[in-house]
Ligand binder design. Sequence first.
Ligand code: EPZ
Length: 416
Amino acid sequence: MGRFIINGGIPLRGEVAVSGAKNSALPLLAACLLTEEEVVLHNCPRIGDVFSMQGILEKLGAHVRFSGNTICVAAKEIETVAMPEKLSKKIRSSIFLLGSMLGRMRRAVFQYPGGCEIGARPIDQHLDALRKLGVGIEEEMDTIHCRTEALRGAHIRLSYPSVGATENAILAAMLAEGTTTIENAAREPEIVDLQNLLLAMGGKIRGAGNSRIVIEGVSRLHGAEHTCIPDRIEAGTFLAAAAVTRGELHLLSVNPGDVRGTIDILRGAGARIREEEDSLWIRVGGRLEPFHLTTNPYPDFPTDMQAQMCVVAALSNGVSRITETVFENRMRHIDELKKAGAEAEVKGHSAFISGVYSLHPADFTATDLRGGAALVLAALAAQGQSTVSRIEYIDRGYEALEYKLSSLGADIRREC
Ligand code: EPZ
């Protein structure tokens, strides 16, 4: 139960390299189960969720070597089709292993991943897609038994462009007999990254990044080497850090196109942002103007940046409205921000935030990954000493956050 101790009020300045994308590394690791050969992933972030996924793969029988930011997975023999319960409950993204486990073994036994801090997180779309592919599913308490004689290509139409359901359907369809089409698929950059790895493994897939994905099942996939895309949410978080500390940052190893939603809102509020091929430069001299944003599936504004933008709004020069449409319980950071003097009110799915000139230091408690990152931003903005506890949430998705922030001039230290 560690915490950060932060002396805020210091404008962040300098350059920082953004790590590989958490929400890409996780499905890419699941894809490694689809072949007996070694898959090498570069630019893989050293974060809690990746270490948990490594643990699950090892429990299933895969050999994993994780050195620096390169992880090698050789799933030569799979020793069990049962997901390790404790680890699977630790990270929801273990659900992606369902599709690849079925693709490889035609069987899988796992526990309902359950809800988390931001919502109920049902998996009905995942299971519907797998049934369409010929998987028999029996539920017994919170254990789910999946089995199929053969996966058969199918026409799948998602009722909502769920990222995880899209990825699970893709992973299960790669080795199915015949053609699978996925309509109303999620369009996130991480889906394109998954497609690129699967192509490198000899898979036949096209359309990722659009709403319609087509997969021609093949009999086997082979090993490959691939580099994870940069983490667009970490990049957005650093842009927000520059905004709330009125600093100037140069972000390296970024795909500016993947951060479009956040760039547009911050530019519209008065931040100066310059885009280069694989980097971003931002300068914020004074208070930003208020803004309205609504989270939606990609390419609209990302829900994973909503909490961070609440802190930017809390310091802006007017009233902002931030509406969350993706998850039903993703405004818990607002009560924490009020501890630092933020003037905000949540009505239904919207937060109405009246900007103040400055926040004061406070003792915050993280309630989830991105909410925790937002509280770090608030502490960086507030003149004086703040603390952020339960930072294990933050460690799930941000690599070496305190070192990166310290290199930009922040006064932050971890207390275990
Ligand atoms: C992925 O979660 C990301 N996680 C989340 O990032 C991200 O917030 C989310 O996509 C939306 O972009 C990873 O990629 C590991 P969804 P996922 O299925 O796949 C409902 C972070 O902070 N739904 O697109 O679980 C669901 O309840 C994390 O990095 C169903 O109803 O998200 C939610 O309301 C948080 N039934 C909405 O769809 C289903 O079967 C979006 O969920 C599946 C989802």
